[in-house]
Design a protein around this ligand. Structure first.
Ligand SMILES: Nc1nc2c(c(=O)[nH]1)N[C@H]1C(S)=C(S)[C@@H](COP(=O)(O)O)O[C@H]1N2
Ligand SMILES: [Mo]
Length: 253
């Protein structure tokens, strides 16, 4: 039953991509240039070719006037895991982000620790694979900064993000990035949306922002960051919750 639900959801999104289903969102899918790239079967360029083209590109940054009145939440919006509820009840004062795996210096960072690091604010567009977009202002620390503190070992090839929220099938949401994207200057661990503490529906207290990729890459409710040499042995082995349902690992836009 659960498998059927996942399959159905995947097919629904795939249909939305082809334009066969009405889009409730803001931007029309036909105005985006990434739609054909997302599903493995529809992709023309190889993952390596896309990355070579996109490696140094910056996502467009917008002005204050462009910020959407509401940053539409999607996916999990209110995690029920007891560990998460306890943190939320205390306004995330006891929150710690763990950074471990293949690193020389494992870290455990409070929100205050994170806020004390150099921060970056950027107004960028968020494109969901379902075909809608919103523009928001994000503040956080560059992931590269935290990785430099942790010092990945030579064996490390991917950065895996573990989250607090469980999905319909009870597995935890997770995502992963290669080093090109992890060290990109616009890749942030963000604690602020539009000048305010990140709201729970959008991933409080900390989420990933990777503005050159689709929304599903941007893990909310971050629990732990793990440096690995391979993600084959994690969950479904494809590097992310939605990747395990068939979406592409490299979701560049
Ligand atoms: N932990 C977690 N992260 C997640 C999701 C989720 O369900 N759980 N949904 C993803 C999807 S598909 C999108 S479009 C964005 C939505 O971010 P928003 O809720 O701030 O709009 O979060 C992504 N990150
Ligand atoms: Mo999404």
């Amino acid at each position: 039953m659960k498998l059927i639900n996942r399959r159905r959801r995947f097919l629904r999104d795939a249909l939305a991509l082809t334009g066969a289903v009405g889009l409730g969102g803001c931007d029309k899918l036909s105005e985006t240039d990434w739609a054909p790239k997302v599903l493995g079967s529809a992709t023309g360029l190889s993952h390596a070719a896309q990355r070579a083209l996109a490696r140094d590109a910056m996502a467009r940054e917008y002005n204050e006037a462009d910020i959407s009145p509401v940053f539409r939440p999607n996916g999990s919006t209110d995690p029920q895991a007891p560990e998460y509820r306890a943190l939320a009840a205390n306004n995330f004062r006891d929150y710690r982000l763990g950074v471990g795996g293949r690193v020389a210096h494992p870290l455990s960072l409070s929100l205050d620790d994170l806020r004390a690091l150099p921060s970056r604010t950027q107004i960028t567009r968020h494109d969901c694979v379902e075909g809608w977009s919103v523009i928001g202002k994000w503040t956080g620390v560059q992931l590269s900064h935290v990785l430099k503190m942790a010092q990945p070992t030579k064996a490390a090839r991917y950065v895996v993000f573990r989250c607090y929220d469980a999905m319909d099938d009870d597995s935890e949401y997770y995502e992963s990035l290669g080093f090109d994207d992890a060290y990109h200057p616009q890749t942030l661990l963000a604690w602020e949306l539009n000048g305010k503490a990140l709201p729970i529906p959008n991933g409080a207290p900390l989420r990933l922002r990777v503005p050159r990729q689709l929304g599903y890459k941007m893990a909310k409710y971050l629990r732990h960051i793990e440096l690995v040499d391979s993600f084959r042995s994690i969950e479904g082995g494809r590097g992310g919750y939605w990747e395990d349902q068939g979406y592409q690992w490299y979701a560049g836009i």
